[in-house]
Design a protein around this ligand. Structure first.
Ligand SMILES: NC(=O)c1ccc[n+]([C@@H]2O[C@H](COP(=O)([O-])OP(=O)(O)OC[C@H]3O[C@@H](n4cnc5c(N)ncnc54)[C@H](OP(=O)(O)O)[C@@H]3O)[C@@H](O)[C@H]2O)c1
Length: 363
């Protein structure tokens, strides 16, 4: 029973270690033991590591054999099956979608059992965003289709963000912009946003900005109105009011775009860190023109305003449609065991995986 861990001080370093979780120990009241079946892994998971300290991602799943607190576990989205339960209404065999550690088992504690959801009430997770502690009981979903598990665990966390980004942009009247620049345009979260922008006749012109190596591929999907690459920023029309949606976190790139656009840059949503090793420096974008966009907060806000049913139905339709379209280009690479993830992890950190590839790790 191996656990995949990351060195917090240098997230390119990882190790495989034997998990200290005793799966044979009797459960206390309110506990559930789940066996992780499989999970997805993309740049989003590397971002969890890069932002592990600032945003608390290391706190979800405490690492084994970690007396000096130097190692952390990256959370992943996946499916698990209940193998033992002391929570009323939850039986062995039930399948659950949600947030898991990169090892074979998760023990939930103090579980709140709802009709469609389980909430892990473990003390160490109590201050973390509720969306990450909530698990879907897929047997209660009328449309659940197990053959879609891979697409769901890979794309749901990304496309729900794409939906929220589109929702936020249109809710804010696009900040008055006439063009939207999506940076790291070949990432799946960006592609989801491109689907949403293309479907919205009121949306401004979309520009997908990407690396020169990925430009041809993303242009071939024909989702953005224009595609450009990081070496040709001068081709961006700087006379047009522009909103940036940034998945890259690349400080120099943002500095250069800001310098090029000047006052035409009306707003910047800082969403991701795909270029995590290029981040952290001041970009010169004034504080009142930029904001950190955190999908779990947007979701909570909309659930409060719309109610969970309405939010679910609006976002699910978008995610289902977008996932269906993604099956045309996404190529799933299947790995068996966390050891195989460890073998490829450095390449994922370095951005060496082609954008169409998506990792599924089966345990
Ligand atoms: N704030 C939120 O709530 C939220 C929610 C979901 C996702 N996100 C963020 O959105 C971002 C995209 O995630 P994803 O899973 O959709 O990504 P993905 O599909 O795995 O993205 C792959 C793309 O990212 C770029 N990339 C990845 N690693 C790189 C590296 N080391 N150096 C340079 N470029 C690299 C490349 O795009 P280019 O060549 O086009 O740059 C690559 O094609 C992540 O940072 C994720 O955390 C944020």
């Amino acid at each position: 029973m191996n656990e995949f861990q990351i060195l917090k001080s240098d997230i390119t370093q990882s190790r495989i270690i034997k998990s200290q979780l005793n799966v044979d120990a009797p459960l206390a009241a309110g506990e559930i033991l789940l066996k992780v079946d499989k999970f997805g892994f993309t740049a989003n998971n590397v971002t969890y590591a890069a932002a592990g300290d600032q945003l608390g991602y290391w706190q979800f799943f405490p690492a084994s054999s970690n007396e000096t607190d130097t190692w952390g576990i990256i959370p992943v989205w996946g499916f698990a099956d209940v193998v033992a339960s002391k929570a009323e209404g939850v039986d062995s065999g039930e399948r659950v979608f949600g947030y898991y550690p990169t090892n074979s088992y998760l023990k939930m504690q103090n579980v709140k059992v709802l009709e469609n959801r389980l909430i892990d009430g473990a003390e160490h997770r109590s201050k973390l965003p509720p969306g990450y502690n909530t698990y879907r009981r897929v047997a209660t979903e009328p449309d659940y289709d197990r053959s879609m598990d891979d697409m769901r665990m890979l794309l749901w966390p990304l496309y729900i963000t794409s939906f929220c980004l589109w929702d936020s942009l249109q809710h804010n009247d696009w900040y008055g912009a006439k063009q939207v620049i999506v940076i790291s345009a070949s990432s799946k979260t960006s592609i989801g946003l491109a689907y949403a922008l293309a479907a919205d006749t009121d949306s401004p012109t979309s520009i997908g900005l990407t690396s020169s190596g990925n430009q041809k591929w993303i242009a071939g999907l024909d989702l953005y109105d224009k595609t450009m690459n990081y070496d040709a920023l001068e081709e961006i029309d700087a006379t047009v009011p522009t909103v940036i949606v940034d998945m890259s976190g690349n400080s120099q790139l943002l500095t250069d775009i800001h310098a090029h656009l000047g006052d035409s840059l009306v707003h910047c949503l800082n969403v991701g860190l795909t270029h995590w090793s290029e981040g952290g420096k001041d970009t010169g974008i004034p504080a009142d023109k930029r904001e950190f966009f955190f999908a779990p907060s947007h979701i909570q806000m909309r659930i409060k305003e719309w109610g969970i049913e309405e939010f679910d139905s609006k976002s699910s339709q978008f995610i289902a449609d977008s996932s269906k379209r993604s099956a045309d280009w996404m190529k799933i690479v299947r790995l068996i065991g966390v050891e195989k993830l460890a073998d490829i992890y450095a390449d994922v950190c370095a951005g060496k995986l082609p954008p169409e590839k998506a990792l599924v790790i089966e345990l």
